[in-house]
Design a protein around this ligand. Structure first.
Ligand SMILES: Cc1cc2nc3c(=O)[nH]c(=O)nc-3n(C[C@H](O)[C@H](O)[C@H](O)COP(=O)(O)OP(=O)(O)OC[C@H]3O[C@@H](n4cnc5c(N)ncnc54)[C@H](O)[C@@H]3O)c2cc1C
Length: 302
């Protein structure tokens, strides 16, 4: 199979890039393995135009319908390797390989989890959340905990103090970090003993600490970091940070001819609005970097 542009990843970033490219009348295809972070969003309240919010699954379904109407092939599969040569990039997968002049990588990240066994149900019910920038507003006045290594979690805890006077940081491990502890103390954020266990408890989450005590929280935000699905690009030589986020230029190029990075896989603010912006920039650049195919004269206009 040969296409002008291949989009790897069918989350908000990849779907948006495909919508732009199809509307530029480019041959574009999407390969998607079906594990979008957006599918976990119970109801997003920071999408423009949806004052009452929209579930992430509904956003994905609407965008999938849009690409379907534009006749963009959506291949349900995982790309396992990329190879560059002769001005093309070849994507290997289960099934025939795909040759493309440009590839847009929109593969996202996977959040590292706390020890909570049924975390997906807690996310569905709004007890466990990942994105203070997205839904901190909806946590106003609630009893909130942030779980993670102090160095990593302190920023999220201080951010959440804007919304609530009852913010607790629950460390993982025995990290001292006196500087951050002083900053948290000055802002009125309590730091508990290290986390031992976490379980759902009747509409809240109950944390058990290293000293054996237990406390319930209405909302918990993990700050455990993420696994970045950037290995396809890194193996091709893409620029990246030490934790695997792609480093891109102003046109979303990541240092490999014909390859772009967009959405959460890029070092940036991990938001749908940002993913959309990346997608628009990469799609426009990819379009203008390929030879133009002008329209044939049309008889229907006169
Ligand atoms: C609980 C939760 C709530 C959130 N709430 C909000 C919110 O309210 N507002 C907001 O703006 N943001 C929110 N976010 C963040 C938002 O979900 C992400 O910023 C957004 O999904 C990023 O889009 P993406 O397309 O880059 O990645 P993703 O949505 O993760 O999509 C990546 C896609 O690539 C596919 N893929 C990965 N590797 C391969 C491969 N090798 N081959 C083929 N396909 C592959 C995956 O299966 C997946 O479908 C939230 C996140 C979470 C977890």
């Amino acid at each position: 199979m040969r296409t002008e542009v291949l989009v790897i990843g069918g989350g908000p970033a990849g779907l948006m890039a495909a919508i732009y490219l199809a509307r530029f009348r480019r041959r574009v295809a999407i390969v998607d393995s079906g594990a979008s972070r957006a599918a976990l969003i119970p109801r997003s309240h920071n999408l423009p135009g949806f004052p009452n919010g929209l579930p992430g699954s509904e956003l994905l379904a609407r965008m999938q319908r849009q690409v379907e109407e534009l006749r963009v092939p959506m291949i349900r599969s995982a790309v396992t390797a990329l190879e560059a040569g002769n001005g093309e990039i070849i994507a290997s997968r289960d099934g025939e390989p795909i040759m493309a002049r440009r590839v847009i990588l929109a593969t996202g990240i996977v959040d590292k989890q706390t020890p909570l066994a049924d975390w997906a149900l807690a996310v569905r019910d709004g007890e466990l959340r990942y994105c203070p920038v997205c839904d901190g507003f909806e946590a106003t006045g609630r009893k909130i905990a942030i779980i993670g290594p102090i160095g990593h979690a302190a920023g999220k805890a201080l951010f959440m103090r804007v919304y609530s006077s009852d913010v607790t940081l629950i460390p993982i491990g025995d990290e001292q970090n006196d500087g951050k502890r002083r900053e948290l103390d000055a802002a009125g954020v309590r730091v508990t003993p290290a986390l031992q266990a976490l379980r759902r408890d009747n509409g809240a989450l109950a944390a058990t600490f290293a000293d054996g005590s237990t406390e319930r929280f209405e909302i918990v935000y993990p700050a455990m970091g993420a696994d970045v699905r950037s290995e396809l690009a890194i193996k091709l030589g893409a620029r990246h940070t030490s934790d695997g986020f792609l480093k891109v230029d102003a046109k979303q190029r990541c240092g490999v001819e014909g390859l772009y990075g967009i959405g959460d896989v890029v070092t940036d603010l991990h938001q749908i609005a940002v993913a959309f912006g990346h997608a628009a920039v990469a799609a426009c650049h990819a379009h203008h970097s390929l030879p133009m195919r002008y329209a044939e004269p049309s008889a229907s206009r006169m």
